[in-house]
Design a protein around this ligand. Structure first.
Ligand SMILES: [Fe+2]
Length: 421
C-alpha cells in the first residue's frame, strides 16, 4: 500500500487532467490493482464467440490474461490464464474448443471448471522424483474470477465488493445494450490495433464527442457525423459511462457551413466517393439514431456507426502502450447482402479505418508530447465546467470529467478545490 497519493487532481470539477497520470509507472501499477482488479466490471467478450460446450476464448482484464471457457453443461467459467504450477500462460490460442486445458510447459492439465486433473509422472521414474506425498491435486484450481453476462456480453470482476452488474451498468447503458444486442449475434471478424499511448487517453478519446466532428474529416465531409447534427452525450447516474449519439441528415447546411468556416478543411463540400454505398445507413433500430459510441468504464466501447457494429476492448500493455481489440458483428438473421454491407462499412474503423485511424494517431501524439510533464495538465471545459451531466449537444467533452471523477474515487486521488490555470 502506498502512503501518500502520488497525484492531486488540480480541479474539483475534474476540468483539469494532470499529464503525469498518463506517464507515471507507479500510477499504472496502482490502476491495475484499484481500477481493473478493483470493484469494476470489465468486458471480456461476447457469448456468441464461444457458443458450444468446450469452446473457449482468451482475453484480458487490464493486463491480466484471462481464459473464458464454457464447460460441458454450457456454463461459462473464467480464470486467470496462468498455470498454477510455475506461471506459464495456459492457453496461447485466441480461441478454440477443448476437452481440458493443458499447459504446454509441463503438461499440467485442468478440467473445464478449472480443477487440476493431471500431472505427468506423479510418482517420478524408477522410484525417484515425482510429486511429494502431501501433494493434493484436488486443492489446486485455476484462479477464478466472477463473471456475469448481460444480453450475451460477458463482464468479469476480481472484486467481492463490486455492485451487481446491472447496477454497475445503470439504466442508460442497459438501454443501449438492449438496443444493440436485441437478437442473436453473428461474429464477423476481428482487428487488433497497437497504440503507443496510455490506456486512459483512449477513454478520453471516446468520451469526447467534440473531436468526432473535427478530427475526422471523413465524418464531417460525408455527413455521417457533424457537430451541427442532432446528438449528444448521455451519462449514467455516476457519470462514469458515456453514450455519444447522433442522427445523420439532421444538420442545416447554413449552420453547418458557418460552424466549420474557421476549421482547416474538415468539411469538404462536393467530395464524392467512387462507391457511395460505404455511407449507406439501412435503418435497423426503432429510432433515428445512426451512431452510438457507448463507453463503459474502464475497458470497452460498443459501436454502431451506421450499420457497422463492433466492440472495442482496451487491453493495457504498460503505462505507454495499449491494444484495441475490435470484434465486428452482425445478427444471425442478416441477409448475405447485409453481411457484405457490414463488412464493407467495417472499413470506417479499425487501425486503418477511414475514421478511426486518426484516433490512434491522436492518442500517440498526445502521449509523446506530455510524456515528461510533471506539473502541467490538460484543460477539459468544452460543454461547461462544474456539474457533470448529460449533454444535449456534440460540442462537449464533459464525459471525460465523469470518467475522471470515478477514476479518482477508485484511485484515492484527492481533487483540488478550484480549477487551476
Ligand atoms: Fe475519434
Amino acid at each position: 500500500m502506498r502512503n501518500e497519493p502520488p497525484i492531486t487532481w488540480p480541479a474539483s470539477d475534474f476540468s483539469r487532467v494532470p499529464y503525469a497520470a498518463y506517464s507515471d509507472p507507479t500510477i499504472y501499477e496502482d490502476e491495475q490493482a484499484r481500477v481493473f482488479r478493483g470493484p469494476t466490471w470489465n468486458y471480456l467478450g461476447l457469448e456468441a464467440e464461444l457458443p458450444g460446450p468446450g469452446d473457449f476464448i482468451t482475453t484480458v482484464l487490464g493486463d491480466t490474461p484471462i481464459l473464458v471457457s464454457r464447460d460441458e453443461k454450457g456454463t461459462l467459467n473464467a480464470f486467470v490464464n496462468r498455470c498454477m504450477h510455475r506461471g506459464m500462460l495456459l492457453k496461447r490460442e485466441r480461441c478454440g474448443n477443448a476437452k481440458n486445458h493443458t499447459c504446454i510447459y509441463h503438461q499440467w492439465s485442468y478440467d473445464l471448471k478449472g480443477g487440476l486433473i493431471g500431472v505427468p509422472f506423479p510418482k517420478g521414474a524408477g522410484g525417484h522424483g515425482g510429486l511429494p506425498a502431501d501433494f493434493d491435486r484436488k486443492t489446486i484450481r485455476l484462479h477464478a474470477l466472477t463473471i456475469e453476462s448481460y444480453r450475451g456480453v460477458i463482464f468479469g470482476t476480481f472484486s467481492d465488493s463490486a455492485e451487481p452488474l446491472v447496477d454497475y451498468l445503470g439504466a442508460e447503458v442497459r438501454h443501449e445494450l438492449d438496443r444493440l444486442f436485441h437478437k442473436p449475434l453473428k461474429v464477423l471478424g476481428y482487428q487488433r490495433q497497437r497504440i503507443f499511448g496510455n490506456w486512459k487517453l483512449y477513454n478520453d478519446n471516446v468520451r469526447d464527442p467534440n473531436h468526432g466532428g473535427l478530427l475526422h474529416m471523413f465524418h464531417a465531409t460525408f455527413g455521417l457525423y457533424r457537430l451541427s447534427q442532432t446528438g449528444g452525450a448521455k451519462l449514467d447516474a455516476r457519470g462514469r459511462h458515456n453514450i455519444t449519439w447522433n442522427s445523420l441528415g439532421t444538420d442545416d447546411a447554413k449552420i453547418t457551413d458557418k460552424g466549420y468556416e474557421g476549421t482547416k478543411k474538415v468539411l469538404q463540400r462536393g467530395f464524392q466517393l467512387a462507391d457511395m454505398s460505404m455511407l449507406r445507413y439501412e435503418r435497423e433500430f426503432p429510432d433515428d439514431v445512426s451512431l452510438v459510441i457507448l463507453s463503459v468504464f474502464p475497458n470497452v466501447v460498443f459501436q454502431q456507426i451506421a450499420n457497422s457494429l463492433c466492440t472495442r476492448q482496451i487491453r493495457c500493455k504498460g503505462i505507454g502502450e495499449m491494444e484495441l481489440y475490435w470484434t465486428y458483428f452482425g445478427y444471425d438473421d442478416d441477409s448475405e447482402t447485409m453481411t457484405a454491407h457490414r463488412c464493407k462499412q467495417a472499413n470506417l474503423v479499425g487501425p486503418g479505418g477511414l475514421i478511426s485511424m486518426e484516433d490512434g494517431e491522436a492518442v500517440e501524439q498526445v502521449h509523446r508530447t506530455v510524456l515528461h510533464e510533471r506539473d502541467k495538465h490538460a484543460r477539459v471545459e468544452i460543454g461547461g465546467k462544474g456539474a457533470i451531466h448529460t449533454q444535449e449537444s456534440l460540442v462537449t467533452e464533459v464525459p471525460i470529467r465523469g470518467f475522471y471523477r470515478y477514476y479518482c474515487e477508485l484511485m484515492g486521488f484527492p481533487a483540488g478545490q478550484a480549477a487551476a490555470e
